[in-house]
Design a protein around this ligand. Structure first.
Ligand code: NDP
Length: 251
């Protein structure tokens, strides 16, 4: 299907060396794109690009560091001569009641999940515009729309990411850049496996609360990444799409 063909396109995936980012990178490669996996842990990135094959490469990136973001995006553009797709997926969570959270912990979460996405989008914008248009996909969460006692910083960052998505979509529509958010429900990754260890009964609650009756898998994240990265979504912008097995549709 030509609508979903990414041949010739170059994608930059933050946190693409594991979890949801890796699943999305795998989908983009399968659709024909060349993918740059960008994260801090070089060993993890090396094994990710080994698994993704010859159309994948890696750059070091700390999304919370402005200079690192600018250097990593510049290196990706230099390496491939263009940039068409940015996936802002890098994210962290520090689970604590709001009254027990230190300012440094709050800042770590906000700087990674929200400020990092804006820094990457700002750095990518000139190359996306020069390519005649592009796609930005921001990875939110169910915490973009719901609250919980242990996720004040995380939900603030992920709610903010949806509003950032809408503002970038409006600002850059004249440049033919579509900006959308994906709001995953519970997906089985390292991050959510840690949550299962830290929060007693979480596994059972997720299964009971998710109409699909299961955790999401990396296979589940591939399709939406390809859709939002491809011409199939050229008239979709500013949207925040749940990827949640019905979690957010159920009272
Ligand atoms: P993982 O912990 O498996 O992956 C997160 C990735 O982000 C890692 O590869 C990590 O790589 C990278 N990362 C973290 N901090 C930075 C940083 N400062 N700079 C660059 N890269 C960074 O998590 P998931 O795959 O589960 O999560 C991916 C995204 O999806 C996150 O934004 C998360 O909030 C969101 N999400 C996940 C859900 C789930 O159920 N799994 C549900 C809803 C949302 P490295 O350490 O090498 O830098």
């Amino acid at each position: 299907m030509q609508h979903f063909d990414l041949t010739g396109k170059v994608a930059f995936v933050t946190g693409g060396n594991g979890g949801i980012g890796f699943g999305m990178a795998r989908g983009l490669v399968a659709a024909g794109a060349r993918v740059v996996v960008a994260a801090r842990n070089a060993d993890k990135s090396a094994s990710a690009i080994g698994a993704l094959g010859p159309n994948a490469s890696a750059v070091d990136l700390d999304v919370a560091d402005e200079a690192s973001v600018n250097t990593a995006i510049a290196r990706a553009v230099d390496r491939f001569g263009r940039l068409d797709i940015l996936i802002n997926n890098a994210g962290v969570n520090i689970r604590k009641p709001p009254e027990a959270m230190a300012l440094a912990e709050w800042q770590t979460v906000l700087n990674t999940n929200l400020t990092g996405a804006w820094l990457c989008a700002r750095a990518a914008h000139p190359a996306l515009k020069a390519a005649g248009g592009g796609k930005i996909i921001n990875i939110g969460s169910m915490a973009s729309i719901f609250g919980a006692p242990f996720v004040a910083a995380y939900s603030a960052s992920k709610g903010g990411l949806v509003q950032l998505t809408r503002s970038l979509a409006v600002a850059w529509a004249p440049d033919n850049i579509q900006v959308n958010a994906v709001l995953p429900g519970w997906i089985d990754t390292e991050l959510s496996r840690n949550a299962r260890k830290q929060v007693a009964g979480l596994n059972e609650r997720v299964l009971a609360r998710t109409p699909a009756g299961r955790w999401g898998t990396l296979d589940d994240v591939e399709g939406i990444a390809v859709f939002l990265a491809s011409p199939a979504s050229d008239f979709v912008t500013g949207a925040a799409i749940p990827l949640d097995g019905g979690y957010s549709s159920q009272l």
